[in-house]
Ligand binder design. Sequence first.
Ligand code: ADP
Length: 310
Amino acid sequence: MIELAGLTKRYGLKTAVRELTCVIRPGLVTGFLGPNGAGKSTTMRMILGLDHPTAGEARVEGKPYARLTDPLTVVGALLEARAVHPGRTAYHHLLCLAQSNGVPRRRVGEVLDLVGLGPVARKRPRGFSLGMGQRLGIASALLGDPRILIFDEPVNGLDPEGIHWVRNLIRSLAADGRTVFVSSHLMSEMALTADHLIVIGQGQLLADTSMADFIEENARSTTRVRSPDQEALRDALADAGLTAEPARGPGAEGAWELAGDQTEPVGRLAADRGLVLHELCLHRASLEEAFMRLTSQAVEYQARGRAPEG
Ligand code: ADP
């Protein structure tokens, strides 16, 4: 478990993270979302003891990072900037890390196999592709078999196969009962990976909720219906008290759109009236739509909040 309590970081006049309070629980993938500059990396760095909070506290398994004995066995992290000694092979890089952190030597071979780098274990990471470098970073994070994992933008720059692999790995780590905290600016990827979301904007908490509730609350779903007898369909909908508007967007010509999930009443209505339908579908709001709506509201709110009085 990771606990943030009033976590705050100021750099001079700039407040990067402002009184962040939340709990990141085990057994789930918790996605950490926010526009660029929202304070995600700063928060992760404070959890990992790489930056000191101006106020408040971040605790991992009940303690601040600095008070952990053998931190690598409690929390593993993949941060954006990876430091790998250029002269060491992948195997030696991990071995040094293991030896300085009380991790048994056999674990090095295990994590190399786990991330698929077994065949290149004796090669220097200098020649590694971005994807291989990312796998080595993940191997370092997993080395101490920690209960908590923190990944900052883990799929950045990966090809589709690499993205798929990271997604499955992250999901399986949570399924093992570990606490997994992942930041990403890729909404479609997050929608496939995270169970729970923590959203921040300008350093402040905007949402701490399940993925399903977040989408439900912040984006609207619509029902689209199309009939060759467009006018009769519109009249039938109006008679039933269902408000429909001409659908917009590519391929929407001649279709009607209704707010929310109205597929059942519309389907029943069409059957009762003997109307032929060529399309009846629910368009589910995406995480991206929900996120844009929430963060644009936050920007507006901030802008209004800052407007000088009088
Ligand atoms: P994110 O990871 O969400 O993109 P960051 O945590 O990197 O956001 O940055 C949050 C804010 O804090 C940004 O405005 C950034 O410019 C500022 N910031 C981050 N690190 C420093 C630093 N070392 N000195 C000054 N400002 C910083």
